[in-house]
Structure formats: structure tokens, C-alpha cells
Design a protein around this ligand. Sequence first.
Ligand SMILES: [Zn+2]
Length: 197
Amino acid sequence: MILAVTGGRDTGPGDAVRVRGSAGASVSLCKRCGTDTPRYKSRACVPCARAASSARNKIWRRTPKGVIVAARYRAKWVARPGNKELHKKLTAAWGATTEGTARRLFTRARRRARDGALPFSISLDDIRAKVIAGICEVSGLPFVIGQPGHIYTPSIDQIRAGEGYTQQNTRVVLWGINVACHTWGLEAITEIFRSVP
Ligand SMILES: [Zn+2]
């Protein structure tokens, strides 16, 4: 009995639209992105199907049951030998990237806004652009990224403390400047430093 003919069953003449690729993937247009990436029987290509699946998973992990199951998986993963150290290493490496830094700044500001019931209307794109630009908006000094606790670490500052994280009231400055300004504001601090001989 002949099991396979060279090229497979979908590669005969006049069958150019659907071609059997490796691992059973067929080539035709993806219903989501429209490119002719190899795809399986579903309507979306592999990258699109993966993106959709991870989006569904993300939503599920926020449901009451999903939270419990995800925490259990995480605990199991951390309990395996060496993974605690690995997690620390991965987190540090992520924090050392501009993307990781921007996202951490953004989510922490959002949490502070939520905790303090402050307005919050900045977007991740704004913060990312400013972190990538790499320059403190007050001093013009370059940021230092990937060294936790460094005085030149970028940080999100409310120009007027307590008025929230809006486009007009927010700037990305050196952490040192942010700490020095506290709730007194830049003017008060500048006045003090001008008086230092
Ligand atoms: Zn696609």
C-alpha cells in the first residue's frame, strides 16, 4: 500500500491555493492579519492564534478561579530548585531594559494614583517615549537604567504634588530630583540650593 506520494495530497496540479507544508501546516491567508503565514486548520495563522490564546489566558487569570490557579502554578514553579534565583535574575534583567523600566514606572504611578484617589490619564506610550529619550525633563541629565537605587534612575514626578498624573502635571525626572522635591516642589528646593555657598 502506498502511504505517501511525493509532495502530499494537496500539492497536485490546480491545487496551488492550499499547500501542505511541514508538520501539517497549510499555507493560505490568515483571517486575522491577512498574511499567508503557515497555519493549521483554524482560521488564524500561528502567531495570531497564539496572540488570541494569550489574550484569553490573560483575561482568565483575572477571574477568581484563574487567580487561584495562576498563584498555585507560580508557587509550584518557584518551589523547584534554582527557580527562585532564576526569577530574581529574570526580573532584574527585565528591569534593566528601557521597556521594563517604562512599564514599571507606569504601573507604579497608576497604583499610587489609585491608592491616593488621584487623577490618572497618562499613557504607557508617553512614559516609554520619555524613558527612551533618556533625558531628565528638569536637569537635562541622562538617565541611568538598570541600576536599582541609582540617583539618576528615571522616575515619574507630579509637577504639583497631589494634582495627579495628567499629561500637564507629569514629567519624567531623575529619581534624586523627585525625592528632593518631595511635596515641597522644585521652586522651594532650588531656592534652598541657591543659598548653599
Ligand atoms: Zn495572522
